[in-house]
Design a binder for this molecule. Structure first.
Ligand SMILES: Cc1ncc(COP(=O)(O)O)c(C=O)c1O
Length: 378
């Protein structure tokens, strides 16, 4: 049967704040490239900061067990996972919310905290979901450029806060630059932000950041404040991006508000069980974190050898200025590697490259060498 668009009649009334939005801009995946109908070949997908080693073996076993019971609804309110997280993190269970990925939780925080005409404050370039979700609410984003090292400029952000500011985001490490803000400066910032403004510290890459002055805003009691929320995810170091599960820790008021906004079943039973099992395997986590930091330094030194100046990174990706980011990403894809141009994050001059397995890092550096030598001879 021929497909036909549904037309005619009166157009539905989409809220203006939603109607004017660009669609979500996800990192191009190997599946996207295949759907474009190009020649079939091996492509390396390094555009979405996924963990390259799959879920932990214990998570796969737990998820498979749950799959056989997928006729049943998931545990209501994600209680077992919240209790396990609370125990591990030394907080009350009422201080922990679980959601369908960090993206889901950012959405819920936006719905819970932002009215039309409000604003959020952040730095650019950064994770684009903060501004996108603010715009869905009819709120705006006030932005300061990141510092020269790619980290959030907390002083510049303080100057942007006004009486309609409801959320300030601190992406730490920052996606896409990989840079961090340090404990003392974050503490000073937290003390200077008005108490009625919620500070969201997004630690999606927390597990990878092993720097002495990198703050742990959950464990460190100095950061226990009613207006501070910490976000972490199972999508990166735990390798569960496809299952959609993340958590936040904050005051009971914010957790309760997020729970009112979210769907009671938004994290599937399979995802909950995989996350729970992953929490029990710190040895596997440490192994992956070590492999990541070795691969990250190999990728950075490969880039430096080719004359680039990559940012120092505390995450599972490396950010580097290349000129025309889209053109560079296209040339690299022609060499078999998909990376993320910074355009959607507010920087059309740099690309972000995810750190793969040791073999993938070698292949990435080899592809970069081919692109760089074509540029020199071209
Ligand atoms: C800074 C940051 N926060 C949150 C997320 C959301 O991750 P997820 O929704 O997979 O948990 C990402 C994903 O790339 C990210 O980079």
């Amino acid at each position: 049967m021929e497909s036909a668009a549904i037309q005619g009649g009166v157009a539905p009334r989409i809220r203006a704040a939603v109607d004017g939005l660009p669609p979500y801009s996800a990192g191009r995946s190997v599946r996207d490239a295949a759907a474009d109908g190009g020649e079939v070949r091996e492509l390396l997908g390094l555009a979405a900061n996924e963990g390259p080693y799959g879920p932990f073996p214990s998570a796969i076993a737990a998820a498979q067990g749950q799959l056989e019971r997928a006729n049943l609804y998931p545990e209501s309110g994600f209680r077992s996972l919240r209790v396990a997280l609370a125990t591990r993190l030394g907080v009350d269970v009422e201080s922990v919310a679980v959601g369908a990925g960090g993206i889901g939780l950012i959405h819920h925080l936006s719905v819970a905290l932002l009215d039309e005409g409000d604003n959020i404050v952040l730095c650019t370039p950064t994770f684009h979901a903060y501004a996108l979700d603010a715009r869905k609410q009819g709120a705006t984003a006030f932005s300061a450029p990141v510092r020269a090292d790619g980290s959030y400029d907390l002083g510049a952000m303080l100057a942007l806060i006004d009486d309609r500011t409801r959320i300030v985001y601190v992406c730490n490490p920052n996606n896409p630059t990989g840079a961090i803000v340090h404990r003392e400066e974050l503490l000073e910032f937290v003390g200077s932000v008005p108490e009625e403004v919620t500070i969201v510290v997004d630690e999606a890459y927390f597990e990878y950041a092993r720097f002495a002055s990198y703050p742990d805003t959950i464990l460190d009691p100095a950061f226990r404040r009613r207006n501070l929320v910490t976000l972490r995810t199972f999508s990166k170091a735990y390798g569960l991006a496809g299952l959609r599960v993340a958590y936040l820790v904050g005051s009971k008021d914010i957790v309760a508000a997020v729970q009112k906004v979210q769907s009671n079943y938004e994290v599937s039973s399979v995802a909950q069980s995989a996350a729970l099992a992953s929490l029990g395997d710190d040895v596997e986590l440490a192994r992956r974190v070590r492999l990541n930091s070795e691969g990250r330094e190999e990728l950075r030194s490969g880039l430096s050898r080719l004359g680039f100046e990559p940012y120092e990174s505390h995450a599972n990706f490396v950010y580097v200025r290349v000129g025309d980011a889209r053109a560079f990403a296209k040339s690299l894809e022609a060499e078999g590697v998909i990376v993320r141009p910074g355009n959607a994050m507010g920087d059309p001059y740099s690309v972000r490259i995810t750190v793969g397995t040791p073999a993938q890092v070698k292949a990435t550096v080899a592809a970069l060498e081919r692109v760089a030598s074509a540029q020199h001879t071209g």
